[in-house]
Write a protein that binds this ligand. Structure first.
Ligand code: HEM
Length: 216
């Protein structure tokens, strides 16, 4: 007999491949990741989340989701970026990712929220790996919900399982999750290319100056 899939298994299936590729490609996920890798990762996560965190959590949610308590992750990233850069100026200059998820249905909101909430599971692994590089500082984003991490994740999944109660809703959520993950992966690539281009531009005038000053 055909067993109906759980919401979690559909969300996982739709996003597993892209999660694996992020884990293997992101510099911050390497065993030898540095403070700079964390800085760039925090900047890009901020840029991805900046335009949709407020509309996501201010939309209608079942009360048991405790949406208000989940709406503060940009502030965690901002606190880390202020610490790393010694002030506010970095925040004003940060580019925002063009991704604007369609948040019209509860199912698509669940899909996007799955990616945002699930990111907190990986941050605990990152936190342990980066600890020697960052000590004694402990980044706010990597602390996440702290002791409530596991409880909040379980509550999120329980709510998703209750509310995504049709195959159509589960499929819509899975598509929204894959789109959110895809937009993040694209954003990491865009930012990597932008930084490479900036580095090249900064190197060019120096190369020119070296030529002018060099003996013929
Ligand atoms: C940066 C490197 C990353 C590492 C090392 C990492 C690692 C992990 C690990 C170990 C888990 C499983 C945790 C557990 O079952 O207790 C996990 C789950 C998850 N991560 Fe990541 N992650 C990373 C980045 C991300 C990013 C950038 C996102 C999305 C913004 C993300 C989204 C998720 C989701 C949605 C889950 C839940 C999977 C599930 O159980 O259904 N991760 N991650």
């Amino acid at each position: 007999m055909h067993q109906s899939a759980s919401a979690l298994s559909e969300l996982r299936l739709a996003t597993r491949q892209i999660h694996e590729s992020l884990e293997s490609l992101l510099p911050v996920a390497r065993p030898d990741a540095t403070r700079t890798d964390y800085d760039l990762y925090a900047q890009d996560m901020w840029g991805w989340l900046a335009a949709f965190e407020a509309p996501l959590w201010h939309a209608r949610w079942p009360a048991e989701m405790e949406a208000e308590a989940r709406a503060g992750k940009l502030a965690w990233l901002e606190s880390d970026l202020r610490h790393l850069h010694g002030g506010e100026s970095v925040l004003a200059a940060l580019p925002v990712c063009p991704y604007r998820p369609d948040l019209a249905s509860l199912a698509s909101r669940f899909g996007v929220a799955y990616v945002v909430e699930g990111a907190q599971l990986g941050t605990q692994v990152l936190g342990r790996r980066l600890a020697p590089q960052l000590a004694p500082w402990s980044p706010r984003w990597l602390t996440g919900y702290g002791e409530r991490n596991a409880r909040n994740w379980r509550a999120f999944i329980a709510c998703a399982e209750r509310r995504l109660d049709s195959a159509a809703a589960r499929s819509e959520a899975a598509q929204a999750a894959a789109a959110a993950f895809g937009a993040l992966a694209d954003w990491f690539s865009v930012r990597r290319r932008q930084r490479a281009a900036q580095a090249l531009q900064q190197a060019r005038p120096r190369a020119g100056a070296d030529l002018i000053g060099s003996p013929r």
